[in-house]
Design a protein around this ligand. Structure first.
Ligand SMILES: NC(=O)c1ccc[n+]([C@@H]2O[C@H](COP(=O)([O-])OP(=O)(O)OC[C@H]3O[C@@H](n4cnc5c(N)ncnc54)[C@H](OP(=O)(O)O)[C@@H]3O)[C@@H](O)[C@H]2O)c1
Length: 322
């Protein structure tokens, strides 16, 4: 089968399109013939070595397709089932082996591209708004990179919870897209001081929560957007990792909370995994959650997809097709 492999960490040139043997499912595993692969920022961290995997490896943490073989002791799925998954390595390929307990059945009215566009970023938006800081009516929240993959889903799901949403983006076009998704106020953080804008728009009160996936370039200022006892949810670092941090700052800035969550710990049991995925599929099927599949590339062109994601040239979801 064809796959994108990484033999050495590095730039987009580290992505090698190769012929390798298709993996065989072991006990408790199923093999998925992948129809759509989700591109996620974590793929960049793994390619560059910010997050280290054992070399060489097949990149990719999200896929959707059809089960074509199962190993021993598999009860959750059978050959022919349409499934999707995330947070398991090896998705940049024609086939991937996945623990069957991590596979989510995909409803008939959701195609594989939509399923791959829902899983990782959707479940992230779900846990951030429902579990990490459960938003409630009247809350005010800031979503950085609001026109991104997680960003557009986070804005929509946060609005469902009754919160007022502020978004930051880098361009006018992204501002338009974030507004269309439901953001109440959008700030061009590349042009304006977003702390001053948040203070102005909240009459100096500040926010209940900031969802910050940008990291290095926004973290300190995100703290300054919060009201006393507000929450900074740092869930990524697209601009680079946040340097070591003096906890005393949290007291000085208003007895603030900081958490650094990851999806792995918010979909621990199969029940939790299915509950989040099914909520998302139901909203998508009902037209209550819009997916924006911005760009689709052949798997062989994964390097160009990475170049565009890192270059801030994408909005919503990017897919690779094997
Ligand atoms: N913790 C978790 O469970 C979890 C799960 C999924 C994703 N994440 C994180 O969520 C973030 C978004 O992931 P995604 O896949 O949806 O990507 P994305 O938001 O579609 O792309 C990243 C966006 O970050 C913004 N950005 C700001 N500074 C940047 C810089 N220096 N370089 C590149 N981008 C920059 C850009 O938007 P503007 O041009 O508008 O600034 C860019 O479009 C990532 O940090 C990812 O690690 C975390």
């Amino acid at each position: 089968m064809k796959a994108i492999r990484v033999h050495q960490y590095g730039g987009v040139e580290a992505l090698k399109y190769e012929e390798i043997a298709a993996p065989e499912p072991g006990a408790g595993e199923a093999r998925v013939r992948i129809e759509a692969i989700g591109l996620n920022y974590v793929d960049v961290y793994q390619r560059t070595g910010l997050y280290q995997l054992k070399l060489p490896f097949t990149l990719g943490m999200e896929g959707a397709g059809v089960v074509d073989a199962v190993g021993r002791d598999v009860s959750e799925v059978k050959a022919g089932d349409r499934v999707a998954y995330s947070m398991i390595s090896g998705a940049y390929a024609e086939y991937a082996v996945v623990p069957s307990s991590r596979l989510v059945p995909v409803p008939k009215n959701i195609d594989s591209r939509a399923a791959a566009a829902t899983m990782l970023q959707g479940k992230t938006a779900h846990y951030l708004t429902h579990s990490t800081y459960p938003l409630k009516t009247g809350d005010t929240a800031l979503v950085h990179a609001a026109a991104g993959g997680v960003g557009l889903l986070l804005v929509q799901i946060a609005k469902r919870r009754g919160a007022t949403i502020f978004g930051t983006v880098s361009t006018d076009e992204k501002a338009r897209i974030a507004r269309e998704a439901g953001a109440d106020e959008v700030i061009l953080y590349t042009e304006k001081d977003f702390v001053a804008e948040v203070k102005r728009l909240t009459d100096g009160r500040g926010l209940n929560v900031v969802y910050d996936s940008v990291g290095q370039s926004t973290f300190e200022k995100s703290l300054d957007c919060l009201r006393p006892r507000g929450y900074l949810v740092l869930f990524g670092q697209s601009s680079g990792p946040v340097p070591p941090f003096n906890l005393g700052t949290l007291a000085a800035k208003g007895s603030l909370f900081v958490t650094r969550p990851t999806l792995a710990h918010y979909a621990i049991t199969r029940e939790e995994l299915l509950q989040r995925a099914n909520d998302l599929f139901n909203w998508v099927a009902a037209g209550q959650l819009k997916l924006r599949i911005d760009k689709t590339f052949p798997l062989a062109e994964a390097a160009e997809a990475h170049r565009q994601l890192e270059g801030r040239k994408t909005t919503g979801k990017v897919l690779l097709i094997p």
